[in-house]
Design a protein around this ligand. Structure first.
Ligand code: UD1
Ligand code: UDP
Length: 397
């Protein structure tokens, strides 16, 4: 679907529903709100409730429309149905010129689908990430592949992601390597805010997050046991901001509560989370966004998953994909804490996810394609990269 060439402002609907979408679309919403070329309409689906609200307030992204789709222990099929229904109504009422979605959540998938049904062109931010394994992560790998079939603009964070899209037949002219907007936001937050680091001791500081559906249940419980054994070392303090999902809480809380050196906290706002990340020695996570942020702050990341769609960090040497076996993740953490040379190599490997100007490139490209005044939106310089661009992804298999 092609854009109509318009007189400005371009009415751009940004659809977001979860914590990472708010974080990664916030700079785009702020840039559009500050530009005479765009009229942003932020739609908050409420797929997440508390964790989303916390981000929207902090990142200064007021939502024009709010849906309230979250249910306790929501099933994917019902969540999807509520979202397509609600977003279809919103898009028919608002008639945007473009719908912008981010990443691979159910909100992103249904935002793209509802826009497609209304013949509104879709822009996909963080396009082209692939593990190559359809059900891992579940259901995100399917979601992003489907969004890739519907989008008109594919804003790929890295050359590798762009390579995946081209290999799937997406025309070259629709793929743009921009960097990841998470870096734009992280730099903005570190500059704007004075966050509180949630570590309490001078011990070795390990920041942990876990939430993925495919890890929930026994697997996550066993990972919790491994974390407890890590804290038993005596010289380690763990801070774990706990996702609101009841399934995550059921798996982790029995393993992690009652230990002197494990500090389980409610989800941190982004300013505090960034400060805690900046203050830690080591990250252990199954999060997507944290895999991108940790290398920007020189923090070695152990990825507690069997696949990653962000192999760039592994290739750069900043992250290690260690899987989900308890003894393997425990050994990997012990090794990094004990081997100063290995630690040094990982912490100095660098950030492959962009230069903090992804938003400028996205906004300028949309402005150009909608025929907006080029003088009012000077083209930013291209992202300088040295990574390979062929298809590829990583798994521990
Ligand atoms: C979703 C995304 C995942 C992303 C993650 C970010 C999908 C399919 N998955 O997974 O890609 O990595 O968000 O965190 O879109 N809940 C609350 N309060 C909140 C948020 C969640 O109570 O503020 C509970 C709800 O009961 C919900 C459960 O957590 O049932 C899981 O939330 P859901 O959005 O379905 O999936 P996530 O695992 O968060
Ligand atoms: N984050 C946060 N507070 C927390 C935990 C994470 O602000 O307590 C931020 C983190 O900096 C990252 C994003 O949330 O930008 C990642 O969200 P999550 O792990 O829920 O989702 P994913 O990135 O895996 O989709």
């Amino acid at each position: 679907m092609s854009p109509n060439v318009l007189t400005t402002p371009v009415r751009a609907m940004l659809v977001l529903g979860t914590r990472p979408e708010a974080i990664k679309l916030a700079p785009v919403a702020r840039a559009m709100a500050a530009s005479p070329l765009f009229e942003p309409v932020v739609v908050s689906t409420g797929q997440h409730r508390e964790m989303l609200q916390q981000m929207l307030e902090l990142l200064r992204v007021p939502a024009s429309v709010e849906l309230d789709v979250m249910r306790d222990r929501q099933e994917l099929s019902k969540l999807t149905a509520r979202l397509v229904d609600g977003l279809g109504d919103v898009i028919r009422a608002e008639r945007p010129d473009v719908v912008i979605v981010q990443g691979d959540t159910t909100t992103a998938l249904t935002g793209a689908l509802a826009a497609f049904y209304e013949h509104i062109p879709v822009a996909h931010v963080e396009a082209g990430l692939r593990t190559g394994v359809l059900d891992n992560p579940f259901p995100e790998e399917l979601n992003r592949r489907l969004i890739g079939r519907m989008a008109r603009w594919h804003f790929a964070p890295t050359p590798r992601a762009a390579g995946h899209l081209r290999a799937e037949g997406v025309p070259d002219a629709e793929v743009f390597v921009t960097g990841n907007t998470v870096i734009d936001n992280l730099l903005w937050v570190l500059q704007e805010g004075t966050g509180r680091d949630h570590f309490r001791t001078g011990l070795r500081r390990v920041l942990v997050t876990l939430h993925r559906r495919e890890n929930q249940g026994d697997k996550m419980r066993a990972m919790g046991t491994a974390l407890r054994r890590l804290a038993d070392r005596g010289d380690v303090e763990i801070v774990l901001p706990l996702h609101k999902s009841p399934a995550v809480r059921e798996a982790l809380l029995p393993e992690l509560t009652g230990h002197d050196r494990i500090n389980v906290v409610e989800p941190l706002d982004y300013v505090d989370f960034s400060a805690t990340l900046a203050g830690c020695d080591l990250v252990m996570t199954d999060s997507g966004g944290i895999q991108e942020e940790a290398p920007s702050l020189g923090k070695p990341a152990l990825v507690l998953r069997t696949t990653t769609e962000r192999p760039e960090a592994v290739e750069a040497g900043a992250a290690r994909l260690v899987g989900t076996e308890p003894h393997v993740i425990l050994d990997a953490a012990m090794h990094l804490l004990d081997d100063a040379a290995a630690y040094e190599r990982m912490s100095t490997a660098g950030n492959p996810f962009g230069d903090g100007h992804a938003t400028d490139r996205i906004v300028a490209q949309l402005a150009e394609d909608f025929g907006a005044d080029a003088d009012a939106a000077p083209a930013p310089s291209p992202l300088v990269v040295t990574q390979p661009d062929g298809p590829g992804s990583y798994s521990t298999a």
